[in-house]
Design a protein around this ligand. Structure first.
Ligand code: SF4
Ligand code: MG
Length: 326
């Protein structure tokens, strides 16, 4: 994903565009095959919009999404249909999009039917197998959506994402509505399924404990931008960006011997309609300097695989680091 932007126009009463909500404002990251990459941040930071924009459920304003060497932003609707088989989405509440008058089995067979996969009997077998793998009994194939509990519903959401045998699933807060005990069941199931089905996850969450549990790497978002990226353990042990430090200082450290500095943030998240100049975090950052208001910080690799966009880290410093490591 390169420099991806999604700006929503806001129109005045005459229908003229007067402004934009810069929901996603130039994010770049790589997704490695077979990994779980988490986009984490407070609500409204643009992480869900990022997920939807990558799948072009909403059209990007700018930027590239390269998949198997091609920019899918340029694809026509027919080409996109093929890509959608490979990239699925899982939501917080899968049931808002399930037809309450249809049986679960029928709902799960629909995508196979649309894409012309198998004869009716074969489609039923595929769905039965998948339901069985996800812990359902055969007779549950004939049940209606309302007959399932929250955790079961999310497993049905997963079944729906898996039915086309995708490469990538974008999971948008898939466990946020569930009790903690059910959350870990679903997270563990996602992990098992990942190995079995060779899946890559882009996992979107505001919940750091969930992210710590499931993420191989994480990208921290603030006001439409990614401010820090790196391996999950590394970021939890040694966060570099002041915003990441602030987020993490609110939860217990994984290493009790290593005390975290407690960072309190002032004020509210500014509006994405008119985000602050320079580093968008400068209005709340306890370390803000003059340059922070004027210049947008570059994304620098400050530790191996750990990237930070903050003026506290300089290109020279990052380079020096590289030299001493070598
Ligand atoms: Fe704080 Fe400046 Fe770094 Fe932004 S660039 S996080 S304002 S120190
Ligand atoms: Mg969201």
């Amino acid at each position: 994903v390169t420099n991806l932007k999604k700006h929503f126009p806001i129109k005045n009463s005459f229908g003229f565009t007067k402004n934009h909500v810069k929901a996603v404002d130039g994010i770049s990251f790589e997704l490695y095959e077979g990994e779980t990459f988490c986009l984490v941040g407070e609500s409204g930071c643009g992480k869900s919009t990022a997920g939807r924009t990558i799948l072009r459920l909403t059209e990007p304003t700018e930027g590239e999404v390269i998949y198997e060497g091609k920019n899918i932003v340029d694809y026509n609707p027919k080409e996109m249909l093929n890509i959608r088989k490979k990239m699925q989405m899982m939501f917080q509440d899968p049931f808002s999009s399930l037809n309450p008058r249809k049986r679960i089995g029928t709902i799960l067979e629909e995508p196979l039917d649309i894409h012309g996969i198998g004869k009716p009997k074969e489609r039923t077998d595929i769905v039965m197998d998948l339901l069985n793998r996800l812990g359902f009994q055969a007779d549950q194939y004939y049940r209606y959506p309302y007959e399932f509990s929250g955790g079961q519903r999310q497993r049905i959401g997963l079944a729906r994402a898996l039915i086309m045998n995708p490469d990538l699933i974008i999971c948008d807060e898939p466990v946020s509505a569930l009790d903690v005990s059910i959350q870990s069941q679903i997270l563990n199931l996602l992990r098992e399924i990942q190995d079995e089905f060779n899946l890559t996850y882009l996992f979107i969450s505001h919940d750091l404990s969930v992210v710590r549990h499931i993420g191989d790497r994480i990208g921290v978002m603030y006001l439409g931008k990614i401010v820090e990226t790196g391996p999950t353990d590394q970021i939890f042990q040694d966060p570099k960006h002041p915003y990441t430090k602030a987020l993490l200082s609110a939860i217990p450290s994984p290493n009790p011997h290593r005390k975290r500095e407690r960072i309190e943030l002032n004020g509210e998240i500014p509006s994405p309609i008119d985000p602050p100049t320079g580093c968008a975090f400068h209005t709340r950052c306890p370390f803000a300097m003059d340059i922070c208001k004027k210049e947008t910080p570059k994304n620098l690799e400050v530790e191996s695989e750990q990237f930070v966009a903050c003026h506290l880290y300089t290109e020279e410093g990052a380079k020096e680091k590289e030299m001493t490591n070598a």
